[in-house]
Design a protein around this ligand. Structure first.
Ligand SMILES: Nc1ncnc2c1ncn2[C@@H]1O[C@H](COP(=O)(O)OP(=O)(O)OP(=O)(O)O)[C@@H](O)[C@H]1O
Length: 223
């Protein structure tokens, strides 16, 4: 169980996360939704340790969460320049004995011996994905994972997420495209005003659109 208790993160005087509480059960796929600027990436950055909350606790099975338990596929992962995809991957320990680089290279059509500087956005995302598969940690964060992926790879990722869940991984995914979450998630958590406003379980998924939009003050467009 991942448990966040009264987590506060502020930038200047703006409390982006304001006593946020959230419990995520293990071995499930959790979606995180919220409007632009609602604090999704801030929350994920706290989990990974890029950001230290002003206060509150983040516990994994009762102990403070550390990097050893977590992998993070960021919206835009950072790469050193002048190295090839293969060199990049070699930095990551192969904790997953079943990881088969040749299989993934063929499946994703990745030119591993080319410089990453010459990769497209989608190719960089695929490479970062392989690194986290190699690392094989129990808690997996995917921030907007479908952005930049082609249709085929998007489908592969949907299947991969289900397989990772079957392996017992706890997965957190953010997306602005609700349909992608409805297909993959067991629970969807709605972040609003610095807190989790509501958690939707599978039988309630059809209410999500309605509930979230009811809270938006939609104006008629004038063009
Ligand atoms: N390093 C920072 N310094 C100052 N403000 C920040 C910083 N990082 C994030 N913020 C602010 O915190 C708020 C939440 O940002 P965050 O990136 O977490 O939102 P998000 O929900 O991921 O948004 P989006 O859906 O647009 O990706 C925004 O108002 C943003 O401007």
């Amino acid at each position: 169980m991942l448990k966040l208790d009264e987590v506060i993160v502020s930038f200047d005087k703006h409390k982006v996360l304001n006593k946020l509480c959230l419990s995520l059960s293990e071995g499930k796929v959790h979606g995180l939704v919220g409007l632009n600027g609602s604090g999704k990436t801030t929350l994920l950055n706290c989990l990974y340790g890029f950001l230290k909350p002003d206060s509150g606790s983040i516990l994994w099975n009762g102990k403070p969460l550390t990097r050893h338990e977590i992998v993070y596929l960021e919206t835009n992962n950072y790469f050193y320049s002048n190295i090839t995809g293969r060199e990049y991957l070699s930095v990551f320990p192969e904790n997953n004995a079943n990881f088969d680089l040749k299989f993934w290279q063929d499946l994703l059509q990745l030119p591993l011996d080319e410089l990453i500087d010459n990769y497209s956005t989608g190719m960089k995302k695929k490479l970062a994905l392989l690194a986290i598969l190699k690392l094989d940690r129990p808690l997996m964060i995917f921030d907007e994972p479908f952005n930049g992926l082609d249709l085929e790879t998007g489908k592969i990722l949907v299947e991969l997420i289900q397989k990772l869940k079957e392996k017992g991984k706890t997965i957190i995914i953010t997306s602005h495209i609700l349909d992608t979450l409805l297909n993959s998630c067991d629970e969807i958590h709605w972040l609003r005003n610095g807190r989790i406003e509501k958690t939707f379980f599978k039988p309630e998924f059809q209410q999500i659109d309605h509930t979230i939009f009811e809270n938006l003050k939609l104006k008629k467009l004038r063009i």
